[in-house]
Design a binder for this molecule. Structure first.
Ligand SMILES: [Zn+2]
Length: 264
């Protein structure tokens, strides 16, 4: 009996010796130690993070310009102003595509929304359908109430001159008393978006200050309006409806926003 106990004892002692120094035991110890320190992250979590960049605490409000039916009832062009303009219009129409501007604007805005969300921005939209009635001041107030860090208004131009092409960026006017507080930030952002568009090979006509736009005058948060190109030009109208060109345009806008918020 005593002999048997001694034998069992030896077997146990040898076993502990082997297991105790084995790689398995070492790795088990190492892993549990690192997990408890939060150094090892499980694979699932890492996969999710690679899909989406780390969420930023930045809110972008996208305003797809116009809507299906304009509303010719008037509203003040600025808080307390006696000057009034139509609440909202239905916008221009493409000469080649016959596509109304409000449809193109929402198409492009949706592309921009997805790009920004993939980059980790929080995004709100003034509209996600065509059959709405939201005036230009109401769109600005929506962004104000949500404390957006930047508003991007998406539009397309139209002129009687069918030869005119290129994108333009509109910002509140320096001399406008309603937008003094948001002028600098709007201008900086517009400059960076313009740079990124040019880098991507997009024709940019310039940055234009406007004191007459209701959507600017009511805004308490920085705002830029991108006219993507001319619906009145046959080629540019078609380009703007091309998903690849739309993506290039919206990618450039998002790159400008990246630069703006990095330097802020
Ligand atoms: Zn427009």
């Amino acid at each position: 009996m005593k002999k048997y106990r001694v034998l069992v004892g030896i077997i146990i002692a040898v076993s502990i010796g082997i297991i105790g120094t084995s790689d398995f035991a070492k790795n088990l110890y190492k892993a549990s130690n690192l997990i408890s320190k939060g150094i090892i992250v499980d694979d699932k979590k890492e996969q999710n993070e690679s899909k989406k960049e780390v969420e930023k605490d930045i809110l972008i409000c996208i305003d797809p310009g116009h809507q299906e039916k304009g509303d010719s009832n008037s509203e003040p062009v600025a808080p307390g102003s006696y000057v009034k303009k139509a609440r909202v219009s239905s916008g221009a129409t493409g000469v080649a595509t016959k596509k109304p501007e409000y449809i193109l604007n929402l198409e492009a805005s949706t592309v921009l929304k997805h790009i920004l969300e993939d980059k980790g921005y929080k995004v709100i939209m003034t509209r996600e359908s065509h059959d709405v009635n939201i005036s230009n001041s109401e769109r600005a107030i929506f962004a104000n109430n949500n404390k957006a860090d930047m508003v991007v208004r998406v539009h397309a131009d139209s002129l009687n001159d069918s030869g005119k092409t290129g994108a333009s960026i509109l910002i509140p006017a320096k001399e406008s008393k309603y937008t003094t507080a948001i002028y600098e930030d709007s201008k900086n952002c517009a400059n960076l978006i313009s740079d990124k568009m040019k880098e991507a090979g997009i024709k940019v006509n310039g940055i234009f200050e406007r004191g007459d736009l209701t959507g600017f005058n009511w805004s308490q948060v920085p705002v830029v309006l991108v006219e993507m190109g001319f619906l009145s030009n046959y080629t540019e109208d078609q380009m703007m409806s091309n998903p690849e060109y739309q993506r290039k345009l919206m990618q450039a806008i998002s790159n400008g926003l990246d630069e703006y918020f990095t330097n802020k």
